[in-house]
Design a protein around this ligand. Sequence first.
Ligand SMILES: Cc1ncc(COP(=O)(O)O)c(C=O)c1O
Length: 379
Amino acid sequence: MRLTAPAFDETEHALLRDCLASGWVTQGPLTERFERLVAERHHARFAFATTSCTAALHLAMMALEIGPGDEVILPAFTWVTTAHAAEYVGARPVFVDVTRDTFNIDPALLQNAITPRSRAIVAVHLFGLAAPMTEVLDTARRHGLAAVEDAACAIGTTYRGQPVGTFGDIGCFSFHPRKIVTTGEGGMATTNHEDLADRLRSLRNHGATGLPPTAEEPHGPWTMATFERLGFNLRFSDIQAAVGIAQMGKLERLLQERRARGERYSALLAGIQQLALPDGTGDGDGHTYQSYVVRIVDGDRKRRNEIMRHLADRDIETRPGTHAVHRLGFYAKKYGYGPADFPNAALCEDTTITLPIFPGMTDADQDKVVAALTAALRR
Ligand SMILES: Cc1ncc(COP(=O)(O)O)c(C=O)c1O
């Protein structure tokens, strides 16, 4: 049984055929439609589709003009590229530990991470559960910092009833195949700020800044864009957008199904002392279970791996939750982190298991996972 699977049907095929028949395949009208769908769903004024969430995070750092000498605060338990984005612009990622029950940044530790060099906090809505945005925004405002939401896992996620992605200055979404909406690869940056929107638009498109003034030369077929800043080609394609539009059309159904599966896992696994189940409510109130991640309580990495092996032997695919980024070679060597730093992130990397959850999963599939997991825990 696969860990996850995309929900493709005739709607993706039809839109892809239309896109190819139109002859327009790079970023164009379909990308704009896809951007509007995500923007409307997440209450954003502006949305910019890009090649990945990693690219969106990189664009966010550049749009916020973060650079060498600056520090960017982020959770230690996240996908590695949340930190890479700060490195791309020459800033230093400053890790903060997470709480074991939410897997999200621990708001009680945020203040300790602030220095005169702090420029931004990146809050990660990990696995589809919103980060503690009230505390993140309070801290950011008190210290004059930007707030970025890494919403890679968080299409459809709400925080206190409001969709994530515009609580901070910029939100960054992913459409990788492990996400609820996928375009193969892909991402999106959302914002409500016009100045940031202008920069995101330009940085994604080679640094193009507009058209030259007509006073210099009248506009015509010879007119090319002006380039007042260094930018990148991080544009989307209408082929991807065709898939994205079809996916957005079934988002509510996909979310409903995920939540039902997540809640059913929690009901079936409730009361097992060795397991900590994902926090389905908390302040977040909108866990989407993009990933359903359990933690082995009072177990170590070896024990967790034995359980994963037991499941793999029964044809059930699982993955660890995500990285304790400070332990990865690049960060450990560059900043001299040791094993005792950010203990919750380390523990979560070592003792979490992501269980299969995918569109079309049946009760029988889920019962098989639960039976194999409980048998492994008894061994
Ligand atoms: C929290 C988090 N941030 C960033 C990313 C990167 O997303 P992408 O693969 O679209 O670059 C991921 C991907 O899994 C993620 O989980």
